[in-house]
Design a protein around this ligand. Structure first.
Ligand SMILES: [Zn+2]
Ligand SMILES: [Zn+2]
Ligand SMILES: [Zn+2]
Length: 351
C-alpha cells in the first residue's frame, strides 16, 4: 500500500489519516488521484471542482467527494448498501473499523485500475452489506452474490475471529482478507465469466476447473470429507480446494496481499542488498509500487525474498509468520492468471 503525503507540509500521511501529524492540516483522500488533499468543511478547490469531506468523517472516513455529486457520503460509504440499525450501537462501533478495511480494499482496487461500478448505478454493481450476526440474531454468511459482498461485523471481534480461525485450521484470517477474497468472486464473475472475451473463461476453466460444478455438492463434500491429503501440492489453502470459485477467490486475495505488501515496502524505500548479507539474499531485491508492467515471475521473485524477511521480523516479535503460505508451481500458474485478468481489466495489457 502506498504511503501518502500531506498536501501542505509533505509530511507522511497514512491511509486512515484525518489530520496531518506534523502541521495539523485536516486532510482527506481524493479518490480520482489517490492522493491526500486539504479537507476543509466548506470544501477545497482543485481540478476545477470543489471537494468536500464525507459526512461520515466523524466516524473516521477521510474520503472526499465532489460537491456536485448529489450525495453527502463519499463513494466508499455509498457502496455500503446495508448496515446495522442506528439503535445497534455495538455493531455500529465495529462498522467504523470494518469500513477502514473496506476503504483499504477500495484504494487498492482503484490503484490497480479495476472497475468499481456501484450497485446503485447498475444491477450487479459492487456493493457491501455490512451486518452483524451477534446483534441481529440472524445468521450472516460472509459471501458474494450478484455484486453484493456480505460481511459479518462479528468477525471484527478478535475472540470470535480467532476462535473460527483455530476451529477451521486456517493460518491467516483477517477482515481485510475476507474483503479481498469476496471481491475476488465479484471480479471473476464480471471480468471472466461475463467478460467480453470467451478465451479468458476457457483459460480460467483449464487452470481452476469448471466453475459450473454444483457449489452445494462441493460444500457438502468439503465439510463431510475434507480436502485430499496432498491438497497443498496444488492449492494455496484448504478452502481453495472446495470449488473452482473458491480457488480463484483465494488466489485473487493473495494477489492483493502480495502486491499491497510489496507496495508498502517500496514506499518505504526498502531494498535488499545481496553484497551486504552474502548468502541471505541471492541478488538485490527492490520492490515496486506497481507491478502493472511486470511478469508474475518478477512479482513473486521479489515476494519470495521479502516474505522471508517479513516472516523473520514477525518471529523476532514473537508473532506467527506474516505470510504462512507456500507458493507451489500450480499456485504460481493460478496467480499468473489473476495478474493477467487484473492487467487486462485495467487496460495495461491486451489478450
Ligand atoms: Zn502537514
Ligand atoms: Zn465516506
Ligand atoms: Zn468464497
Amino acid at each position: 500500500m502506498r504511503l501518502f503525503r500531506c498536501p501542505t507540509c509533505d509530511g507522511i500521511a497514512l491511509l486512515e489519516t484525518l489530520e496531518c501529524g506534523s502541521c495539523s492540516q485536516p486532510i482527506g483522500l481524493h479518490p480520482p488521484s489517490l492522493s491526500m488533499r486539504p479537507a476543509e468543511p466548506t470544501g477545497s478547490r482543485f481540478d476545477g471542482q470543489t471537494w468536500v469531506p464525507c459526512s461520515n468523517r466523524s466516524w473516521g472516513c477521510n474520503w472526499l467527494l465532489d460537491e456536485d455529486d448529489d450525495a453527502s457520503q463519499c463513494l466508499a460509504c455509498r457502496l455500503t448498501r446495508k448496515r446495522p440499525d442506528a439503535s445497534d450501537t455495538i455493531a455500529l462501533e465495529k462498522l467504523a473499523d470494518v469500513d477502514m478495511d473496506k476503504r483499504r480494499l477500495l484504494t487498492q482496487l482503484l490503484a490497480l485500475g479495476l472497475p468499481v461500478t456501484p450497485w446503485y448505478e447498475k444491477d450487479g454493481g459492487l456493493g457491501f452489506d455490512l451486518l452483524s450476526s451477534r446483534s441481529s440474531n440472524k445468521r450472516v454468511t460472509i459471501g458474494h452474490a450478484n455484486g453484493i459482498v456480505t460481511i459479518d461485523l462479528a468477525e471484527s471481534l478478535d475472540d470470535h475471529r480467532e476462535a473460527l480461525r483455530v476451529r477451521l485450521g486456517e493460518p491467516y484470517r483477517t477482515m481485510l482478507g475476507h474483503f479481498r477474497h469476496e471481491v475476488g468472486h465479484y471480479y471473476q464473475w464480471i471480468l471472466v465469466e461475463a467478460g467480453e472475451d470467451p478465451r479468458l473463461l476457457d483459460e480460467c476453466r483449464t487452470i481452476f476447473g469448471d466453475e459450473t460444478a454444483s457449489y452445494t455438492d462441493a460444500i457438502d463434500q468439503h465439510y463431510r470429507l475434507g480436502p485430499s491429503r496432498d491438497w497443498s501440492l496444488s492449492f494455496i489453502s484448504e478452502y481453495a480446494t472446495m470449488h473452482p470459485w473458491e480457488d480463484f477467490a483465494e488466489c485473487f486475495a493473495h494477489y492483493l496481499h502480495i502486491t499491497s505488501t510489496l507496495g508498502t515496502a517500496a514506499s518505504a524505500g526498502l531494498k535488499l542488498q545481496a553484497e551486504k548479507v552474502p548468502g541471505v539474499v541471492r541478488h538485490d531485491v527492490e520492490p515496486r509500487l506497481t507491478y502493472d508492467d511486470a511478469s508474475i515471475d518478477d512479482i513473486l521473485n521479489d515476494w519470495h525474498w521479502l516474505s522471508l524477511l517479513f516472516n523473520r521480523v514477525n518471529r523476532s516479535m514473537g508473532q506467527d509468520d506474516l505470510y504462512p503460505f507456500d507458493l507451489v508451481e500450480p499456485v504460481v500458474h493460478k496467480l499468473a492468471f489473476v495478474h493477467k485478468v487484473v492487467t487486462l481489466a485495467s487496460g495495461r495489457r491486451t489478450l
